[in-house]
Write a protein that binds this ligand. Structure first.
Ligand code: ADP
Ligand code: MG
Length: 157
């Protein structure tokens, strides 16, 4: 598998990684792309998502979807759905919210707390894991599909 590691000391570096990834991903977003974001509370998942969604063309604020489970961004060329499944009590709730309809062509799904989604959640093209250590955040980006491999190579190789 293809993996990239970054030691991130500040938000500017998070922004840079988010921009590089979003700019590479944009080119294949017509196929539909799923990004999972793993890491503890406070790791920096929403902060990354904010810069990522803004790079895809959203100019307003990006709210954490903690209470709504999903925030949609319809950006013309691409639809972005930002999920936070932390408060999901039961993976069956995803069935009720029509989760399948969110994954498809021209769609980028960013999912915080994917481990709470169970089997209904679409598998990832790219998994980002963020570990908060003493002074840095360790980002690991892993490709989980051919699409993901291509995106990571275009972004960081
Ligand atoms: P999560 O979504 O993983 O729970 P957040 O993105 O909400 O985490 O970030 C939690 C806190 O950490 C926020 O106050 C945010 O400003 C800060 N933070 C996030 N990324 C960085 C970074 N790269 N450098 C410094 N602070 C950061
Ligand atoms: Mg969050």
């Amino acid at each position: 598998t293809v993996t990239y590691n970054f030691e991130v000391a500040d938000e500017q570096h998070t922004q840079h990684i988010a921009q590089q990834l979003a700019n590479a991903l944009k080119k294949v977003a017509n196929q539909g792309v799923v990004v999972h974001l793993e890491g503890d509370l406070g790791a920096g998942k929403t902060t990354f998502s904010r810069y990522f969604i803004q790079t895809l063309g959203h100019s307003g604020t990006v709210k954490s979807p903690t209470y709504t489970l999903v925030e949609p961004y319809e950006l013309g060329e691409v639809n972005v759905y930002h999920f936070d499944l932390y408060r999901l009590a039961d993976p069956e709730e995803l069935e009720f919210m029509g989760i399948r309809d969110y994954f498809g062509d021209n769609t980028v799904c960013l999912v915080e707390w994917p481990e709470r989604g169970g089997a209904l959640l679409a598998s990832a093209d790219i998994t980002i894991t963020i570990k908060l250590e003493e002074n840095v955040r360790c980002f690991t980006l892993t490709a989980d599909s051919k699409t993901g491999t291509g995106i990571l190579a275009a972004a960081f190789a």
